[in-house]
Design a protein around this ligand. Structure first.
Ligand code: PLP
Length: 388
């Protein structure tokens, strides 16, 4: 018997007094769009990930769009990425009328399989976008090796991956360009927001200029005392700049980022301890040489040991009042990519198989011990009712 309980949200932002204080300062200053809070956020973020430059924008989608523009992707080019991702990773390639070339994933991590990348490279390949699913870094040494051998820049989709590190190196300092997300459900949030990090001066400058109408250097400063009314448009840019209200929120979130990560890690450990004894489940992959951001807790069902499928499992979780999700519906399953590129599930056997048995459980710092226990009890109960 399932008793009526309050619905446990799948994700909730951890915001409070610190964010309100920073945002009030921004509002009181009269400077609400890109200004000093955003600059400070960029400086602190760059320091945290060990990058020379950080450029704040209004989404990770914008960050990846600008990154591809900076490295010179144009019409007809190819960009290698994974089908196991969110819409944003591939749509930014299509913005240029360039083509995403999807490469199947590693079955353990859900991340792009580096061993399959070389075969996908052609003279038209202009970039490789690995995605660090759930917050566990992709196999960057192998990816960078194959990319470097052909001088192809790597742009990391690190929407799930702050703070995290790969073999001691913080994500954000490893590849040519890295793109982060501060969307509402992400590990730190500014409501909507994103960040580009790079050590390349020219690319940083290009991203900054193109994030604000393609207007020559420090366009935002034209309204300050040191500013000047004169500006020049050097390219038809975009309107991707971050507001100071968002930057203020980001500053407060940065200070909590490690505390929140530790809380998510502790939740993952409790889930692992509870689910590790159930043969019907496969625990999320982790690695001793990486620091996992634990943005998602991606559990897998051994469907052959259950009398229900993944959709029914999701319904059962809902009945238990647990918000859950599926990450991701691979891009080859969506009508646009299926029809545009003639893709079928057999093209990506690993991504397709893993997708059919994945469920993402709530994992966020605002979850109480009781919330965590409710999730454990719900999953355990569903398994005991439906084991084969
Ligand atoms: C893997 C991945 N990449 C990119 C994005 C896009 O992030 P944003 O909403 O900040 O544009 C998301 C958002 O959910 C994502 O999950």
């Amino acid at each position: 018997m399932v008793t009526e309980q309050k619905y446990l949200a799948f994700a909730l932002p951890d915001v409070g007094q610190e964010e309100m204080q920073e945002i009030s300062e921004a509002l009181a200053s009269g400077w609400v769009t890109t200004g000093p809070k955003v600059k400070k956020f960029e400086v602190e973020f760059a320091a945290m990930v060990g990058a020379k430059h950080a450029v704040a924008v209004n989404s990770c989608t914008a960050a990846m769009h600008l990154a591809l523009e900076a490295v010179g992707v144009t019409r007809g080019d190819e960009v290698i990425t994974t089908p196991y991702t969110f819409a944003a990773t591939a749509e930014v390639i299509r913005y240029f009328d360039a083509h995403p070339v999807f490469v199947d994933i590693d079955p353990l991590s859900f991340n792009i399989d580096p061993a399959r990348i070389a075969a996908a490279i052609t003279p038209k390949t202009k970039a490789i976008i690995p995605v660090h699913i759930a917050g566990l870094p992709a196999e960057m040494d192998a990816i960078r090796e194959v990319a470097a051998s052909r001088s192809i820049p790597v742009i990391e989709d690190a929407a799930h991956t702050f703070p995290a590190s790969y073999k001691g190196r913080p994500v954000g300092s490893i590849s040519e360009i890295t793109a982060f997300s501060f969307y509402a459900t992400k590990t730190i949030t500014t409501g909507e927001g994103g960040m580009i990090t790079t050590n390349n001066d020219a690319w940083a400058e290009r991203c900054r200029v193109m994030s604000l109408h393609g207007i020559s250097k420090d366009a935002w400063k034209r309204y300050t005392a040191e500013g000047n009314w004169y500006y020049e448009i050097i390219a038809p840019g975009y309107k991707y700049n971050m507001t100071d209200v968002a930057g203020a929120m980001g500053l407060a979130q940065l200070r909590k980022a490690e505390r929140m990560r530790e809380q998510r890690k502790a939740i993952a450990e409790k889930f692992n301890a509870a689910f590790g004894t159930l043969p019907e489940l496969q625990l999320p992959h982790d690695r001793a040489d990486c620091m996992h951001a634990w943005h998602l807790y991606m559990l897998r069902l051994h469907l052959d040991r259950l009398t229900i499928d993944r959709a029914q499992f999701m319904n059962e979780l809902r009945t238990h009042g647990i918000g859950a999700s599926v990450h991701f519906i691979p891009l080859h399953c969506h009508p646009y990519y299926r029809e545009q590129q003639g893709l079928v599930s057999e093209d990506f056997p690993v991504a397709h198989r893993e997708y059919l048995r994945e469920i993402s459980l709530p994992i966020y710092s605002r979850m109480s011990d009781e919330d965590v226990q409710r999730v454990i009890d719900a999953v355990t109960d569903i398994i005991s009712q439906h084991r084969r």
